[in-house]
Write a protein that binds this ligand. Structure first.
Ligand SMILES: [Zn+2]
Ligand SMILES: [Zn+2]
Length: 178
């Protein structure tokens, strides 16, 4: 079974009502023009690495994530065993597996969740409704501090005893995650 790593679809830009548009560290400057555009690479060269608990599965993600969000949905909760998940989204071609292939489980039609077959750490998921995108949990990166969430998705599924008073946008469902 293909894990979909060869997908080379164009970037699906963040969309939806109220999307803040300023991604983590993004620099889509509008107006101005004082930046040294001649020396500005297309991507800023950010590289983030991570892997599973036992080290069998590892990955490298280049470029900036397209989104970093909390997801309170039940599917993520059961898959990750945590009251809420934080996902960093990337274009699939920006993520490379560098060690063993992960195992995969189709948690619902068109949604494939990849995990280490040895230690069970979640590694990423893909959704047919989000073609060309790969979402990795912030907690499996070497430096999770670098992935500060921008919004809460699926707050309609939030556990009553779990709350974060952070002032971030809250979406009852989501425009980018199920
Ligand atoms: Zn492992
Ligand atoms: Zn979710």
């Amino acid at each position: 079974m293909s894990s979909g790593w060869d997908v080379t679809k164009p970037l699906r830009t963040k969309e939806g009502p109220g999307a803040p548009g300023n991604r983590c560290g993004g620099h889509d400057g509008s107006g101005g023009g004082t930046a040294k555009v001649n020396e500005m690479p297309k991507d800023d060269g950010r590289v983030a690495e991570g892997g599973c608990r036992c080290g069998a599965v590892a990955f490298r993600a280049s470029a900036e994530p397209t989104a970093v969000v909390y997801c309170h949905c039940r599917d993520c909760r059961r898959s990750n065993g945590a009251p809420v998940s934080v996902w960093a989204g990337y274009r699939s071609e920006e993520v490379q597996l560098t060690r063993a292939e992960p195992s995969v489980y189709e948690s619902s039609p068109g949604v494939r969740r990849f995990f280490c077959g040895t230690c069970g750490s979640p590694i990423f998921f893909e959704d047919d409704r989000l073609p060309g995108e790969t979402y990795l949990p912030a907690g499996v990166f070497v430096d999770p501090e670098a992935f500060e969430p921008e919004a809460h998705d699926w707050v309609s599924r939030r556990l009553r005893w779990f709350d974060v008073l952070d002032g971030l946008p809250r979406h009852e469902k989501s425009s980018i995650l199920r």
